[in-house]
Design a protein around this ligand. Structure first.
Ligand code: ATP
Length: 586
């Protein structure tokens, strides 16, 4: 196929804003094209050369492109720069430069699609020393034989600015029209959703028709487009929608990952199908160790954790791991994560996306053995709104943002790439953000594990209720201590040690060690939330619930200047909760 034929189609696409027309233009191109070219056309029309989740990326730096253009056309650099500043689009600039160029190329060969594609692929793959020169040479080679309108699109694609406005949905419509009927669009869509590769879908449809498409299965290495949830505001509505009963899971506040495990490799993809493997080699390794089969595709949420207490940390911690190429080792150690698996889409040769959730969950739990770094999402089958509310509170307390309700019915398949009511999210309605520190009293402690063996893993902290003259628990404090402080804590608190809770302490939790309320620490939390397990302000905001400080962190300041009864009072915390309370949409 001549590249010029494709360029003519691009020009036609650019001259219309109508999606319908675009669809027809593309459909007729697909119909008239040899099947071996469909893939390349699909990728290139969308501005790429491979599916999005592949590592090869175009996007040559403007400077480098400009240098190549000057060298390839013998044009004047200053005036090309000028033109670029005015036009702002390398495509238009290139076309104009080419139109003004004196015909110097005697032995010009018409460009074929394959030649342009191969050059672009090599440009994307070139890396390391000498790669800039190689890229320039490859680009100059095709520009040498390009007509002005061809050069325009080469310029655009190579600099990552194709922008023809052809969305995936338009390509899907065109493929259905070209090789089947409009009514078959859902099948084309499904194939795309499970492979995330429209080029492959187009090629399969062209070569094998609808039958071939129906035979397409999820495959390890092709990320599956994520299933998403609808939302409802109450447990009653959720249960009604689910037919009275559903599986409820913690909704973790982390980073969604889809893990593809084969004999040779583990690859991790984000919700946007980016390859995350290099940022989370520890997760890949942990999954490899925890998985007991041959090959699988799992989904889960990566959450930052405090390695010593096992508690989850605020989501922002995980962001330290993103986009890092250097200092990765430090990032891995400094920001440890755990993956909470919640779905299994493929196991040992079997596509499970069309199987109901109970089957998928059981495939997950039977093929993975949990470790410190790999766990299953906390899940419970419930049919009673009050129990759902309780589970929801428990999830918030654990540092989650709410719960996910998931249908258990026969039709509870994995709907790749779509948002629907098979999954319903129920997030915290109210949240009260803290922007001030509080001074809390240590009333108990929990023994540390792992690296914190021999020292305290967390302290049980309380506010002072001045009306009742008692201390009410409000959080477990395990973050913000440096090693020296941590090591010194037992000694500091030892003089106040008690065999059981002090008479003034109200606690529903069983600490490992109790103290006479004495030592006051300054603490900063992320927010105040309703809690079924802490006693601070019990019953004041909600019946049978207290308040908790979420994600508490020691500021480093022991308030030795304060007596325990000078600590932040329960009433202050209730006021803070009310004052900062704001309704959060969705
Ligand atoms: P949100 O911003 O609420 O996370 P979203 O648009 O990213 O919304 P939704 O489908 O609405 O995605 O909510 C599901 C998201 O919640 C998933 O993308 C995933 O990242 C996260 N999540 C956390 N825990 C679970 C779980 N147990 N099951 C499914 N998804 C979970």
């Amino acid at each position: 196929m001549q590249y010029q034929d494709l360029v003519k189609v691009y020009e036609a696409l650019e001259s219309t804003a109508s999606r319908l027309e675009m669809t027809q233009i593309l459909a007729s191109l697909f119909r008239s094209t040899d099947c071996s070219h469909i893939k390349k056309i699909v990728y290139m029309t969308q501005g790429g050369i491979v599916p999005d989740f592949f590592p090869e990326k175009l996007g040559l730096a403007d400077k480098l492109y400009l240098r190549t253009l000057v060298a390839a056309t013998g044009g004047n650099e200053a005036s090309i720069r000028d033109l670029w500043a005015r036009e702002g689009d390398p495509g238009t600039v290139t076309q104009k430069v080419f139109e003004n160029k004196k015909q110097t190329t005697l032995f010009s060969q018409p460009l074929t699609l394959d030649r342009v594609y191969d050059a672009l692929l090599k440009i994307a793959r070139a890396e390391g020393s000498g790669s800039q020169e190689l890229k320039m040479r490859l680009l100059a080679d095709i520009l040498h034989d390009a007509k002005p309108n061809e050069a325009k699109y080469i310029a655009r694609i190579v600099t990552g600015r194709m922008r023809l406005g052809v969305a995936s949905q338009t390509v899907i419509d065109s493929l259905a029209q070209a090789f089947a009927t409009k009514a078959d669009k859902p099948e084309v869509e499904r194939a795309f959703n499970i492979t995330s590769d429209l080029g492959l879908v187009g090629e399969t449809l062209c070569k094998k028709g609808l039958e071939g498409l129906r035979e397409m299965r999820v495959r390890v290495g092709n990320p599956i487009r994520a299933m998403l949830a609808e939302r409802l505001p109450s447990p009653e509505e959720i249960l009604e929608r689910m037919g009275g009963r559903a599986m409820f899971e913690y909704k973790y506040d982390g980073l969604r990952v889809q893990a593809h495990i084969s004999k040779d490799a583990v690859r991790l993809y984000s919700r946007r199908l980016e390859d995350l493997t290099n940022q989370f080699p520890d997760v890949a390794k942990a999954l490899r160790e925890a998985f007991e089969g041959e090959s699988a595709i799992f989904e889960g949420e990566c959450v930052p954790v405090d390695i010593d207490t096992g508690e989850m940390l605020p989501f922002q911690e995980v962001s330290h791991r993103r986009g890092r190429k250097h200092e990765l080792t430090e990032a891995i150690e400094g920001y440890p994560v755990r993956v909470q698996l919640f779905d299994c889409l493929y196991l040992d040769g079997e596509d499970l996306t069309l199987r109901p959730l109970p089957d998928r969950r059981s495939a997950l739990t039977r093929s993975v053995s949990i470790t410190d770094r790999v766990r299953f999402s906390e899940a419970r089958v419930l049919d009673d709104p009050a129990k759902v509310q309780g589970f929801f509170q428990e999830a918030l307390q654990a540092g989650c943002e709410g719960v996910m309700a998931k249908s258990l019915n026969d039709d509870s398949v994995y709907r790749a790439g779509s948002r629907g009511y098979l999954w319903i999210k129920y997030k915290k309605e109210y949240r009260s953000e803290m922007n001030d520190t509080v001074d809390l009293v240590a009333v108990g402690a929990f023994h540390g594990r792992g690296k914190r063996g021999g020292v305290y893993g967390a302290l049980l902290m309380a506010t002072y209720n001045s009306e009742e003259d008692r201390f009410e628990t409000v959080c477990k404090l395990g973050s913000g201590f440096d090693d020296a402080t941590l090591a010194a804590l037992p000694e500091k608190l030892d003089p106040y040690r008690l065999p059981k809770a002090h008479g003034t302490v109200e606690s529903k939790m069983e600490a490992d060690v109790w103290f006479t309320p004495t030592v006051v620490l300054e603490v900063l939390g992320a927010e105040i939330s309703i809690s079924p397990i802490h006693t601070c302000g019990h019953g004041k905001i909600r019946e049978a619930s207290g308040l908790a400080i979420r994600f508490p962190r020691f500021t480093g300041a022991f308030r030795d200047d304060k007596k325990p009864r000078d600590a932040t009072t329960t009433q202050e915390l209730v006021d803070m909760y009310k004052k900062q309370l704001k309704r959060i949409e969705g």
